[in-house]
Design a protein around this ligand. Sequence first.
Ligand SMILES: [Zn+2]
Length: 311
Amino acid sequence: MIITREIKEEYAKKRALALAASEERKRAVFALVPRLEQIEALRRELIFDMGLKLRLADDKGAVRKEVMEHIAILDAEQTELFKQYGITEEYLAPQFECAQCNDTGFVGEFEKQMCKCLKQRLLEQQYATSHISGAESFETFNLDIFKKPRQRQLMEAVKMQMEEYCDSFPNNDKNDILLMGDAGLGKTFLLNCIAKRLSDKGFGVLKLTSYNLINNVLKSMRGEPFDFISPDLLIIDDLGTEPMIPNVTREHLFATVNERQNAHKPTVIATNLLPEELQEAYGERLFSRIVAPRMTKIIKLTGDNVRIAVK
Ligand SMILES: [Zn+2]
């Protein structure tokens, strides 16, 4: 998942706001009870001086003990004043939106890991930028739109397969899906269902059209790097509608699919093209990756009936 500059700034800003608000509360409290400010200053001084004393002292333990005793006396006085004026530690502490990461977006002392809140934020951003429709989901999937019983039955079977895929994700026997069929048969809807279900489960899902993918490749060639490999699932809609730029389109599509397969990162592709058209457009090398029988579940939706062909 990509942490954009926008999100970095958003986190820096909300953290700064929380810190500033807490500073302000503290200043108001100090104005009311000046002794509290003195206590804080004394405590800081003691700790600073301890550093100097420790360097010179023979009995470092004694120095430490003396300072700690001093600090304990100051703490006790502070507690007493807090009680007297009805002030709490919580009131003075910064009120971060996320108590886990203090609005830094990262947790872990030694190995920094993305906090849940940041992961969630990135997913929300994906909903906004990747056209994952929150409204199109397995829950809102209405099979009644398929008027012919046979088509309805088969679509139901496809839906079930897709839900099973999501249930086992990312440990499916066949990690990749190629969804084929003419326009208007519900391919994009199905892609949205998968995107929504897996996003809700906390996976990083990047969904974009093949056209957008190539646009992003062009941008990254101009110095705006775009990461196609780290999302847990990459969904490419409308393969075949992208501009066929010599030395770019085929090469980068191949690199993307190939790198993801090597990294065991699932990719789901939808296309209106027929297998022979795919082969013709992308060449044998990419075609064999996209339809790799051991890796890819191929699902064909056809006009009046939805035929499921699993290779
Ligand atoms: Zn957090």
